[in-house]
Design a protein around this ligand. Structure first.
Ligand code: UFG
Length: 322
């Protein structure tokens, strides 16, 4: 297939592009490098620098030659979305709307969209399946939910084959590609920076949650397994339908368990301080990914947290997160 990957210079996008190329697909990456890195675009992919808003102008007549698009380009910082909701509306909702419209007009038949567990907000029960109520608690989650709804509509109106993949907590590295955020807020990369001595200490945000050790519980999933799901989604997408699938391993780890795994893998002790809760953090987020397994034939190959941490550590310890 000839596939357009938006956000293919970012963490999940670059790994997805790499796996598509490995599987023999022809990949063009569209990325404005606002958070991505040009050197993360995998060898063998064509790179076009620009915003998804301008895909029609940037790609011109070539747009109609794509068999499918994987749309990952987005602003994705929860805290930033609370401070600057307009940016999330403009980047994520308006940008996706324009891109999807351009793809539909050009006759690109398949769209796989990068959605998020953040659309569910504070869950009523775990594990969370796709029928759980969507009540996002921040503009980031709201922006992703708006696009999921847009895809519901466009699949019916235009007969496009669409899939939304709702990721839980993505971790790990693949083929030299890992998390390199200018503004790091995620637990595992921060803990690895602390292990490397790039940070004085680690802060645990809240130890008074209703969980076994009082810290938040998350469902971590390897970036290579996330990428694999995109390939399967492109293959299994059905014309006129919008399939929504959660992507997680179905098992939760607390912040303290993650930090213990980091200490074990890196063989370094972390200096840890406990602070108050971070606004908007649900106590427990664990996925039911039964639908992805059933509909896409997806089966995570790297479900162990220690493997995710070890893969990320291997890259950062080698200086790969420059
Ligand atoms: N945490 C700490 N200290 C840190 C960083 C994080 O204690 O320095 C805690 C958080 O409070 C949270 C857990 O570690 O309990 C995981 O936090 P992350 O920031 O790594 O991930 P989130 O669960 O907040 O975010 C993930 C995705 C988002 C998505 C969100 C949905 O990365 O894209 O789930 O809630 F929006």
């Amino acid at each position: 297939m000839k596939v357009l990957v938006t956000g293919g210079a970012g963490y999940i996008g670059s790994v997805t592009a790499a796996r598509l190329i490995e599987a023999g697909h022809c990949v063009t990456v569209l990325d404005d490098l606002s958070t991505g890195h040009e050197d993360a675009v995998p060898a063998g992919a064509r790179f076009v620098r620009g915003r998804v808003h301008d895909a029609a102008e940037l790609l011109g007549a070539e747009l109609s030659s794509f068999d499918g698009a994987v749309h990952l380009a987005a602003a994705s910082l929860v805290a930033e979305s609370v401070e600057n909701p307009g940016k999330y509306q403009e980047n994520n909702v308006v940008g996706s709307d324009r891109l999807i419209d351009a793809l539909a007009r050009a006759g690109v038949g398949r769209i796989v969209f990068s959605s998020t567990a953040a659309v569910y907000g504070e869950p009523e029960r775990v594990p969370i399946d796709e029928d759980a109520p969507c009540r996002p608690v921040n503009p980031y989650g709201e922006s992703k939910l708006a696009i999921d709804r847009l895809l519901d509509d466009i699949a019916v109106r235009s007969g496009l084959a669409t899939v939304s993949l709702r990721y839980f907590n993505v971790a790990g590295a693949y083929a030299g590609l890992g998390e390199r955020h200018r503004q790091e807020s995620h637990l595992i990369p921060i803990a690895l920076q602390a292990a490397l001595g790039q940070r004085e200490e680690m802060v645990i945000f809240g130890e008074d949650y209703p969980t076994p050790d009082g810290t938040c519980v998350r469902d971590y999933i390897h970036v290579a397994d996330i990428a694999a799901a995109h390939l399967l989604a492109l293959e299994h997408a059905r014309a006129g339908a919008h399939l929504i699938c959660n992507l997680g391993n179905g098992s939760g780890y607390s912040v303290r368990e993650v930090l213990a795994t980091v200490e074990q893998v890196t063989e370094r002790a972390l200096k840890v301080r406990v602070a108050g809760r971070r606004a908007g953090d649900p106590a427990v987020l664990v996925a039911s990914a039964t639908r992805a397994r059933r509909e896409l034939g997806w089966a995570p190959e790297r479900p162990e947290l220690s493997v995710m941490v070890a893969d990320a550590w291997e890259l950062v310890a080698a200086g790969g997160d420059r």
